[in-house]
Structures are given as C-alpha cells and as structure tokens.
Ligand binder design. Sequence first.
Ligand code: ADP
Ligand code: MG
Length: 454
Amino acid sequence: MKNDYSEKLEIILNDLKKELTPTTFLLLKKTKIVSVSPPIIEISVISEFVKVKIREALIPLLLLVVRKQFPLVESIVIHVDQEKRVVLNEKESSGESKHQSIQQNIFLKKKKIDSLPLNPRYTFANFIVGGNNQLAYAGCKSITSDLGKIYNPLFIYGGVGLGKTHLLQAIAHECHKNGYKNIIYTTSERFTNQLIHAIQTKNVEEFRDSYREVDYLIIDDIQFLIGKEKTQEELFHTFNTLYDQKKQIAISSDRPQNELKGIQERLISRFSMGLTVDIYPPDYETRFAILRNKDTAEQYNLPDEVLDFIASQKFSNIRQLEGSLIRVASYASMQGINDVTIEFAKETLKNFLPITYKKFTPDEIKTIVCEFYHIKPQMMESKKRSKDISMPRQVAIYLIREMTDYSLPVIGRYFGGRDHSTIIHSYEKIKNEIKTNLILKSDVENITKKLQYT
Ligand code: ADP
Ligand code: MG
C-alpha cells in the first residue's frame, strides 16, 4: 500500500542502491516508512535478521540518506513488519501454529499503543544540572516514584534544544528502573496520527481504551496540538480518566500554557493543575560542563581551551552546542590532527557560530529604524501618536531594549523624555505583536540585519 512517504522512500532506496552491494540492498527491498516525526523516523523491515543487520552496519549511511529527504531526523527506529511476520508464519505453518499466528494477529491488532523507544543516552545521569534547568530537573526527578501522588501533571516548557525530550525520556528510564511498567513516552504528533488512523480503521474504542490503561503517560511537544480540535478533545478525556485514577502525566511544550493559543481553555487549565517548570538557555558554566561531559563520554579528548572557546559562544540551543563539538572532533580525526587548537576550532566552525550582536547605541538604532520607515529622526521624539510615527517609534524602543543594556528611564530620554511605563508598554506591544504579525516580524528582522551590516 502506498502512503504519503512513498515518493521519498523511493528516492531514499535509490540513493542506497548506489552505495550498497546488491546482496545487502536486497535486504532493504520491502522496507517501509511508518512515520516521520522529527527527530525520529520509524521504519519497518521484513525480519529480525534485517533489523539486526541494519543496526550493526547501516545506521550512519541510512541517516545520511534519510536526512536528504527529512533534514530534521536524528534517529531511526526499526520495527519488524508485523503483518509480514504473521503472513510468513502462516505460509510455513500448519494446524496448531496457524491457529497461533491468528491468535497473534488478534493480539497485535488489539495492542496498538506502544511507547516510542527511548534514547539510551537520555538519562538523569547524563543530564548536566545548571541554574537554567535545575527546577525542571528536580521536578522531573520527583515524579519517578509515587506516581500520580506528588505533582500531577508535570508541565515542562522551554525553547528548542534545551533538554525537554532528554528530561522526559529520563523520567521513563528512571521509572522503568523503579519497577514501573506500562509507561508510554510519545509525542503529541504521534498521538494525533494514531487517532487519525484509529478513526480511519474504525478502531477508536481500542485507541481510547489502550491510552486510558497506561500508568504513566508522557507526551512530548504538546504545542503540535494547536488547532487540532478533535485530538484535543480525545486527549482531554484521556487526561481526565488517567488523572482520576491517579495515574501520572508529564507534558512538554515549547511555550508556557498561557501562550498555547489554539488549545482549548479546559485542556490548558488541566495542564496547569500540577507543577510547571521551565528551562532557560544555559550559562557559560553549564555550557562548558555539557561539553566536558560529552567530550569525556565520546573520548574526543579535546583540550580545555578548545572546550572553553566553544562554550564561550552564545549558543542557546544545546543541540547546536554539542553539534559544534562533534564537528570539531570529527574534522580533527578525519585530518589526523591530534593537537586541536582554538584556531582550528574557529576555522572549522566559522559558519556555525551564533551571531553575537555588535554593541549599538540607541542613536544608531533610531537612525536605522527611521531610514527603514522613511521618517525623520525628530519624529521619534515628538508627541505625535499617528500610527505611521508611533509604530516605528515602538519598534525602535523594542530593539534598543533587546540589543542594549540601557535602563527604561534612560531609553525614555531618547524619545522626548517618555516615562518608563510608556517604554515598557511599547516594548511589550511589539514583542507580542511580532508573534502574530508576520509583516512586522519581517520588518524587525530586516532592520536587525541592516544594523548588523552597518
Ligand atoms: P528539546 O527537546 O528541548 O528540543 P533535547 O532534549 O532534544 O531538546 O536536547 C537536545 C540535545 O541537547 C540532546 O542531545 C540532549 O541530550 C542535549 N542536552 C540538553 N540539555 C542537556 C543537559 N543539561 N545536559 C546534557 N545534555 C543536554
Ligand atoms: Mg524535544
């Protein structure tokens, strides 16, 4: 049967064909893409043997080829195609074992809900605790025993690449260690896809039952539910059932509850009933500790000054921070360089380092904003409130507050002596509006770029 991925699958297989011997390629012939929810792709293969072979030798190549089609994928989960297995059993079987395979079939149909596999690296032991994440860490740890009794649900939010998935999976690892079974780690995207599939195949009751039987439901990236009414409704009822039975729930989101616009109010209020913790970007010390930890674990043995150089870059995404370390280490090893220097790291990372803002004065920012909107600099200080003047003025205030360390009253002086509450109001207004007003957002980005190049 063809699914949405069939075209991409064909390209992937073609790419692989070029790289593999015909015998090895034959193993992959009936491979299918089950789902893609970055960073994970799930594929199915025809037998346990093929699965093991891929695991042993083909993952790096497979990842390379898959990423050309799905750039955000980082890991591959391999299933053995259950349908195939049953059919194979039937062919080779007679009498009793045929009966068995039918039994198995029934069992497989019923048992729909399973956890996404956990990354073995995502444990509490491998998580570096710093000022930016200590509350989140403590919160997650506290709900790995006495499920459902302490904080329910746990809601963790923070920007991309800051360790939410790592912590949620660490919870699952720890609960397994503590002897709990029936723990489901999933993403809200997968939950949605499973619901859609259940509706299409008229298995909604089964879907419902199986989710309501779990002891621990961990849902990653809840923001994906925005605008998905039907899934929200389903989750609402699942949530209530689990909550009433004192089953534990943990959720992650890339934004706080009150910014999850497009998710029903009643769900948001459920999300807020337990403990909410947030994760910030790490400071220098935490960045250094994360790099040192990774360096030791992977045995890169890079000198401290190189780790220090990478940690000093203002990465706010830990995935990129780690990516830079891996890049330096693997380039050095490919070129046979043992004594990695800061110069080498700088050269290797030259296109990957985060932009650090040049220091600007309020006047420089005002000038560029005025040029951009074609207004005279004096207008910024005037009392005029018409929109064509007040909007650029607010943008200038916003950028000055974002890009400089000037205090509110001082910024006010650059705008005809406006008081600090006016300044904060202007700042907040633009900050909120760029979330929904795409034109304004792109204006602000263009002005920022202009400033970088002056
Ligand atoms: P998110 O889900 O918030 O986007 P992830 O959990 O996927 O982020 O984290 C991105 C990468 O950074 C992962 O490889 C993770 O192991 C690593 N990471 C994040 N925070 C930490 C930390 N405090 N200590 C060690 N590794 C971390
Ligand atoms: Mg994540």
